[in-house]
Design a protein around this ligand. Structure first.
Ligand code: GLN
Length: 184
């Protein structure tokens, strides 16, 4: 819809996926996994509400369609957004905090340890990123940065505060594609 969707397209295509862009409910026909990109969550929220796209995504998520939210996408997946009543899909049992890393370090890169992806760290790009302030016990924590949760999985849903589509390392997308092939 908005934000860093092209970079996700390139990352997924390089792994052999057929990629289609979703902007209206009918675009979801036949989709086997959905990426909610980074961008501006309030702008995306408007688009999700305008023609029932958000409701359709929620219906498919209830049938276990794999979803992957990055940054603003993570915010949209969360049940709670700290101090905000902006629209969200509200599918993951977590509380997120927007623009949470403070002004001086609004954008930064770091090496993240992600044991689920192997011993080699993941280079993570954070851009005015949220972090996860609270998780329910059914949410798996895949990575933290300085004690803040930045990568999570709950069943068919995956969410990262950082942007794996902006680095050449494809392990995060591969992980999501494994979730997609399990769903298929
Ligand atoms: N700060 C943005 C928001 O709150 C997210 C930034 C991003 O997706 N890179 O929606």
């Amino acid at each position: 819809m908005q934000g860093a969707f092209r970079e996700h397209r390139f990352a997924l295509e390089s792994l052999g996926c057929d990629v289609t862009e979703v902007r209206k409910p009918s675009d979801l026909e036949g989709v086997q996994g959905l990426v909610l990109p980074g961008g501006e969550s309030t702008a995306m929220a408007k688009l999700l509400q305008s023609d029932g796209l958000g409701d359709r995504i929620k219906q498919l998520a209830a049938k276990d369609l794999p979803l992957f939210g990055t940054c603003a996408g993570m915010i949209l997946l969360a049940k709670d957004i700290d101090g905000s009543d902006q629209y969200r899909l509200g599918l993951m049992d977590v509380t997120v905090r927007r623009n949470a890393f403070g002004r001086q370090i609004a954008s930064f890169e770091t090496d993240l340890s992600v044991p689920a992806l192997g011993s080699h760290p993941v280079r993570a790009v954070f851009i005015r990123a949220p972090y996860v302030a609270k998780v329910a016990p059914n949410v798996g924590i895949l990575a933290e940065h300085e004690g803040k949760i930045v990568f999570i999985r709950q069943g068919n849903m995956l969410a990262s505060a950082f942007h794996p589509e902006l680095t050449p390392d494809k392990r995060v997308h591969e992980y999501f594609l494994k979730m997609v092939s399990e769903y298929r």
